[in-house]
Ligand binder design. Sequence first.
Ligand SMILES: Nc1nc2c(ncn2[C@@H]2O[C@H](COP(=O)(O)OP(=O)(O)O)[C@@H](O)[C@H]2O)c(=O)[nH]1
Ligand SMILES: [Mg+2]
Length: 221
Amino acid sequence: MEDRLIVDFAQAVLAENDRMAAALRAEFDRRGLFCVNVLSSPGAGKTALLERTLADLAGQIPTGVLVGDLATDHDAARLRGKGARVVQVTTDGYCHLEANMVRAGLDALGLDGLRLLIVENVGNLVCPASHDLGEHARVVLFSVTEGEDKPLKYPTLFKTADLVLVSKIDLAEAVEFRREEALAAVYGVAPQAEVLEVSAKTGSGLEHWYAWLRERLQPRV
Ligand SMILES: Nc1nc2c(ncn2[C@@H]2O[C@H](COP(=O)(O)OP(=O)(O)O)[C@@H](O)[C@H]2O)c(=O)[nH]1
Ligand SMILES: [Mg+2]
């Protein structure tokens, strides 16, 4: 009986999150704003990718970034000064962002004039998968240092990805990355996803990531 109550409560909380996420997406659409949710395990390179992306796209696409972390505002500090508006959302122990946290963060960020909103989720391959934040697309980073079988071990998140970025590709040789095995794992679990190999350090492959973003921007309103 108790188990049943716990499950029902969890479903009700998720349903409330979904309602709020749908309202956020409707607002993004009304404003002509493309929103992307960036997810990965801790340390796969989300912030490094965004640092480079903001610097490379500065002055071209008005961008806002919400950064989620359990604690500290280190990532927001890394992302500031690159032409984008940046707000840190500290989840105080929560292992993922929820739509109500995004709502609060956006109140601080302000959406006026933005065409691109990037949400860096809390580093975690499990919890963020089930929380819609109102995004239009999900980008999952999977670094060459994590082990080729991670998509097989954490399929839920990969199944929701629109784009998988195989990150830190500059380290592939050093860690003897087994590319075919890793790509087979990604395609096996996430056949819907596009896959790009990138390095935030050398810039390799980033032009394809930028093209992917540009193709999805909404017409100006
Ligand atoms: N060699 C290499 N290191 C990277 C790359 N991207 C990130 N890193 C390093 O990986 C570590 C974690 O990166 P970070 O951006 O903080 O990951 P996050 O936790 O996913 O935001 C840092 O030491 C970065 O310098 C990359 O493309 N190549
Ligand atoms: Mg980060």
